[in-house]
Design a binder for this molecule. Sequence first.
Ligand code: UDP
Length: 333
Amino acid sequence: MSGVILVSGGAGYIGSHTVLTLRERGREVLVLDDLSEGHEAALLGAPLARGSMLDRDFVRGVFADHDISAVFHFAARCYVGESVQNPGLYYRHNVLGTLNLLDALVEQGVKRFVLSSTCATYGEPARIPITEDLPQDPINPYGATKLVDEWMLRDFHRAHGLESVALRYFNAAGADPGGRIGEDHEPETHLIPLVIHAAMGKRDRLTVFGDDYDTPDGTCIRDYVHVTDLAEAHVLALEAMERAPGTIGVSAYNLGNEAGTSVLEVIRAVEEVTGLKVPYTVGARRAGDPPRLVGSSARVREALGWKPRFGDIRTIVETAWRWHRDHPEGFRS
Ligand code: UDP
C-alpha cells in the first residue's frame, strides 16, 4: 500500500513500538511528536516532524507536505491522577489536540484513523471481563477525554466518511522482544517498571497500593498486555481499513489478555524472572483504583484476527527486565 502512515506520539512508549512494527512491515512512517515526553532515540531513525498537536498550523503543514494515507494517534496525556488535578491540561491535549488532527485529516481527505483509547472509558465496570458493549462511564478526566475522542470519531464518520478504529488498551507493559526499545517515563508510575526498579535497587522499595481489596490476595488485579501485541493490533486495524474501504465505519475493540494478574503476582513474577528480591511495603489504597480490570478481547480476535504473541505475564516481565537491565537509565543509557 502506498502513502505515509502518520504516527502522532510515535516517540512515546506504545507509539515507538508501533513505529518499529510498521517499519518491519516495510511501511513508510512519519512521526509527529513534540518530544515533551517521548525520546528521539526511541525512533531508531524514523523520520520526525517535531512540533505540537496544539499548533494547528504546524499540524496542517505536516499534512500538506506529505502524502499521508492513514493516522495512528498516540499523542496524549495519560495519567489518571494528573488528570484529576489538572483536567484542563487533559481536555486541551487529548480533545483539542485530537480535533486539530481530525480537522487536518478532513481538509486533506485522509479517511483512515486509529485511536489510542483506553479501558478507563468504562469507569467502574458492572461486569468482568469487560466487553465493548458495556456502558462507557469514565470516573476521571483522562477516561472522559478519551471518550470524547471516540465521540468525535463517530461524528466525523457521519459527516465526513472518516473510518476509524478505537483500540481500548488495558495495561500496556513489556518491551520490544529484540531489546531495542522499551519503557522510559519520567517520573515512572507504572507497576511493572517500578517493581523492576525496586528489584534492581534503583529505588528503595515498592509501595503496594492497598492489600484489603475484595480480590483473592487483597491486591488490585489488572490485565497486562504486551506493547508489541498492542502494536500488532494497530497494524491489523490499518490493514482491515485498507482491504475493505468503506466497511469498517467506526469500530472499537478492547485489547487485553483476558487474564487478571494481581500486584503481588507481578512482584512474584519479577522475582522469578530476575532472581532478585523485590523490597516492598503495603501502603494505602490509591484514589480511583478499581479493584479489578480485565478485558475480553473476543471481538478483536474475531474481527481482526488479533492473536497476542506475548500474552503471559512471565514473558511480559522477561522482555521488560531485559530492557531495564541493559538500559538502567532508559534511553540515556
Ligand atoms: N500499583 C502499586 N504500586 C505502585 C504503582 C502501581 O501497587 O507503585 C498498583 C496500582 O494500584 C494498580 C496496579 O499496580 O492496581 C497497576 O497500576 P499502574 O499505575 O501500572 O496502571 P493503571 O492500572 O493505574 O493504569
